[in-house]
Every structure is written in C-alpha cells, then in structure tokens.
Design a protein around this ligand. Structure first.
Ligand code: FE
Length: 189
C-alpha cells in the first residue's frame, strides 16, 4: 500500500535523525511510544497513532525549528495527513497530543516537572499550560483521553537503548487500519 510505503520509508529514511534535543532518534522515539502503547494493551488504532504521532516532524525539513524559537505545529500537519488515510481514532489523538501536554501541565501536579528539558522548552513555544476555558474544551474532547495516553507514552519514549519491537512488527497492524475508501487517493508525501 503506497501510503504505508511512504510513512514507513519516512521513519526509516529520516528516522535516524535525532529527535530534537532528546537523546534518542526519531525512529527510536516512534518505536518506543508504539511499544509502550502495545504493552499497555491499547487499541490497535492508538498503537499506530503512537507510532506516527510525530510524523509531522519528519515531513518538515527544518528539524531544528524549536531551537530557533519556532513552533512548526507538527501535530496539526501530521494529523491532517493521517486523516486522509486513517480514522479519527488515529488522527485525533495525534492532533491533540501537544494540547494534552498543555492540559496535563495545567491540571496535574508534578506533570510539568516530569517533562524533559526539551519538552519544557517546546511547551513555551506551544502556548504554555492551557487556560481554564481551553482546558474545559479539551476535557470534553471525545479523543482527549486517548490523546493523554499517547502523551504519556510520548514522554516515556526517550530512553537510550530501550528494547522495542521492530518497525515491520507494526506494518500489518497499520495496513488493517487504512480506511477502505482511502486507496483511491494518492499519497502527498
Ligand atoms: Fe513525540
């Protein structure tokens, strides 16, 4: 399936690049997040959302944007692409995983302190903790819970040398989740 060739190729080809200022590569980060999701018994869609949650970073050329003080809105760009091919159970948690961080920073004691230095830095570029009205909207989001689960795997997927499943392990799972009418479209990657 062409779109999956493209998505897995992106992870393979660009995945060796460092994940921002974190000590792991993009593909290690993606695999650790998906492996954590699977280990927790998450639904298949959420495992694949975890695998592709930062695909928007790999679609951008300027990986060092956060260092330059620019937020590339990788979650919106990744989710917009994924929404052409997969259901909202995959695209929405990806779209909301940054907002989930902002929500957790606003509502959960100790969450901000638990973030990595790079994640604390990007929080500022992303708008900081959610205000009360925004937090209320997030709390009512149908995919908000899933986005928070994804967020915690994201936060935990920065361990140097962690054992994970290989990329190929997730291929059949992803293939089964491509929407039936999506095959007529062409990948825009
Ligand atoms: Fe991430």
């Amino acid at each position: 399936m062409a779109v999956l060739d493209d998505l897995f190729f992106l992870l393979e080809r660009k995945g060796g690049e460092r994940y921002g200022q974190e000590p792991v590569s993009q593909v290690e980060h993606a695999l650790q997040a998906a492996t954590l999701a699977e280990a927790e018994g998450a639904p298949a869609g959420l495992v694949i959302a975890a695998l592709f949650h930062d695909i928007g970073h790999l679609m951008h050329e300027n990986e060092e944007a956060a260092l330059g003080g620019v937020d590339m809105r990788h979650e919106a760009c990744g989710a917009a692409f994924l929404a052409d091919w997969f259901g909202p159970d995959i695209a929405r948690p990806v779209r909301l995983h940054v907002e989930a961080k902002r929500y957790l920073c606003a509502t959960e004691a100790g969450y901000f302190e638990s973030l990595s230095p790079a994640s604390k830095h990007s929080l500022q570029l992303q708008g900081g903790p959610l205000g009360v009205p925004e937090a209320r909207i997030f709390a009512a989001e149908p995919h908000g819970e899933a986005a928070m689960r994804l967020r915690r795997w994201d936060d935990g997927a920065k361990i140097v040398g962690a054992q994970t499943a290989k990329l190929g392990h997730f291929r059949a799972l992803a293939e089964a989740l491509v929407l039936p009418d999506a095959g007529r479209r062409r990948s825009r990657l």
